[in-house]
Ligand binder design. Structure first.
Ligand code: NAD
Length: 251
């Protein structure tokens, strides 16, 4: 198996895309540490199903991230995937929601990266993969905090890639278009309100309208792209922002 002997932390992996990435890495033999929020029994069942460790650090808290790394030690693969969305016109955007989106989608990525890099450098091998978004390359209205955080993550990733270029550690973004997960489902009511549309209109005229394939991206497709970026053959792929968006950002 490709990733036998590699230890991988996947943030935000109790649901959606992170869970699919965790399963894909595990299927290639990696030892996986899940992270995220959720019902303890459901998380225990996931651990059992995948055969993974779990650390429930709240990534909005820098101290909790430091405690998590003190507990789990060095990792070979860091998948920064946890994220959240809030949909609102900028003039009404609740400031506490702005702070929360930036804390989780951006600042947590800085903290996990700074804590993971020394161990990777010491081993002369590492993979940092940040789940950004098509919204790291383009924008949509009413998602000011999310668009700002994802553009920033893309820039942060390039800087880290350059700093680590000769160390055997790569840093890349994966940028999905719309993937049917709880994050997308959760933003439909606010998008209906912000745009005055029905649920079907939001799905077909706002979400899938962006994707020339007219299909949602599937979480397991993102898992396989993450596996590719972890391969030895991807050692020269660094500082890249990989779109997996049904052609959205080609337009
Ligand atoms: P999701 O809501 O299904 O999963 C989010 C995960 O983050 C969950 O495991 C949740 O428990 C965890 N999380 C939330 N707050 C946390 C916190 N404070 N501390 C630790 N973990 C926390 O969402 P998803 O759609 O799978 O999104 C995953 C990533 O993909 C996000 O970064 C999102 O921005 C990005 N993304 C999603 C889509 C999409 O269409 N779904 C598109 C592009 C990018």
């Amino acid at each position: 198996m490709l990733l036998e002997g590699k230890r991988a932390l996947v943030t935000g992996s109790t649901s959606g895309i992170g869970l699919a990435i965790a399963k894909a890495l595990r299927a290639q033999g990696a030892d996986v540490i899940l992270n995220g929020l959720g019902d303890p029994d459901a998380i225990a069942a996931l651990q059992e199903e995948i055969g993974a460790e779990f650390n429930g650090a709240n990534l909005m808290d820098a101290g909790a991230i430091e405690a998590m790394f003190a507990e789990i030690g060095a990792v070979d693969i860091l998948i920064n995937n946890a994220g959240m969305q809030h949909v609102s016109p900028v003039e009404d955007f609740p400031t506490e929601k702005w702070d929360a989106v930036i804390a989780l989608n951006l600042t947590a990525v800085f903290h996990t990266t700074r804590l993971a890099v020394p161990g990777m450098k010491e081993k002369g091998w590492g993979r940092i993969i940040n789940t950004a978004s098509a919204h790291s390359l383009t924008a949509s209205p009413f998602k000011s905090a999310y668009n700002a955080s994802k553009h920033a993550v893309a820039g942060f990733t390039k800087t880290v890639a350059l700093e680590l270029a000769t160390s055997g550690v790569t840093a890349n973004c994966i940028s999905p278009g719309y993937v049917w997960t709880p994050l997308i489902e959760g933003q439909i009511p606010d998008t209906m309100a912000a745009r005055g549309l029905s649920r079907e209109e939001v799905i077909n005229d706002v979400l899938l309208a962006k994707q020339p394939t007219k299909k949602f991206v599937q979480p397991h497709e993102i898992g396989e792209l993450a596996v590719f970026l972890c391969r030895e053959e991807a050692g020269n792929v660094t500082g890249a922002n990989w779109s997996i968006d049904g052609g959205w950002t080609a337009e």
